[in-house]
Design a binder for this molecule. Structure first.
Ligand SMILES: Cc1ncc(C[n+]2csc(CCOP(=O)(O)OP(=O)(O)O)c2C)c(N)n1
Ligand SMILES: [Mg+2]
Length: 260
């Protein structure tokens, strides 16, 4: 998709593919006959909206909209804008994201709404580690602990990279597990590129809900996972591969399903 339109974000999308696949095809109770209010189902809030390629693919493959619509990605008047928005009414999208730092606040609001509605399903959210350099995140982290938002599982894509370089060079994040624990969250660690670990830790996280604390998963991933020349290189945060690079990348996958 990113190659076809020569625009978009392959690095974070590849790193988070295992996680989103697990979420949409194994973990969440969700309904592709989309209802915006999400009552009586689990909902997912993508806060690092630039990784829309993998999000849109999972939504299409889950039946939210036709798979061939993926080929309209980032084109004028498409419902699949580079950063998801609600304005286009694409089924599966509940938040306009891309302006980083806001999705945790939205996820907390959705989780509190579930409590008011006596809906025992969960809210899942995903955030970039570079995104955690936004101040709004930490206000939301304090708020969620204070209000015991224990029906929320927020995952951080801890790839150590962001748009301008390694996160530790831009603004160090310190020990994220300790930080979330200190802020009053239950915190788990996960290898986001090991499907067995992803399934296991997401199940464990679910068991930790309803115990008075919001849950954070610090998910170690590789930016550009699966394509050797993209892996762990912030240069692939938001650059499209050329024809040559696409051929080399696809040749490294055991199987492709041609969604673009
Ligand atoms: C509020 C805001 N500030 C700056 C940006 C520009 N920006 C886009 S992506 C990005 C880096 C995000 O890093 P991370 O969340 O770690 O994503 P990754 O590069 O790992 O995919 C930045 C700073 C933005 N989208 N929103
Ligand atoms: Mg990152």
């Amino acid at each position: 998709m990113v190659h076809a339109v020569q625009s978009g974000h392959p690095g974070g999308s590849l790193g988070c593919t295992d996680f989103l696949t697990a979420l949409y095809f194994k973990v969440m109770k969700h309904n592709p006959a989309f209802q915006m209010d999400g009552i009586n189902e689990d909902i997912f809030i993508l806060s690092n909206g630039h990784i829309s390629p993998v999000f849109y693919s999972c939504l299409a493959r889950s039946g939210y909209f036709p798979i061939d619509e993926l080929s309209t990605f980032r084109k004028l008047n498409s419902r699949l804008q580079g950063h998801p928005t609600t304005h286009e009414h694409l089924p599966g999208v509940r938040i306009a994201s891309g302006s980083l730092g806001q999705g945790l606040s939205v996820a907390i609001g959705a989780a509190l709404a579930k409590k008011l509605n006596k809906d025992s399903n969960l809210v899942y959210s995903l955030h970039g580690d570079g995104e955690l350099q936004e101040g709004q995140i930490w206000e939301a982290v304090m708020f969620a602990a204070h209000h015991k938002v224990d029906n929320l599982i927020a995952t951080v894509d801890f790839n150590g990279q962001q748009i301008d370089g390694p996160t530790d060079k831009v603004i160090s994040l310190g020990n994220l597990t300790e930080k979330f624990e200190t802020f009053g969250w239950k915190t788990l660690e996960m290898d986001g590129n090991d499907m067995d670990d992803v399934i296991r830790i997401l199940a464990l996280a679910k068991e930790e809900t309803g115990k008075g604390k919001p849950i954070a998963i610090i998910m170690k991933t590789l930016m550009g996972k699966g394509v050797d020349f993209m892996e762990n290189d912030h240069g692939w945060h938001g650059i499209a591969p050329n024809d040559d690079q696409l051929a080399k990348a696809l040749a490294q996958l055991p199987e492709t399903i041609g969604d673009y």
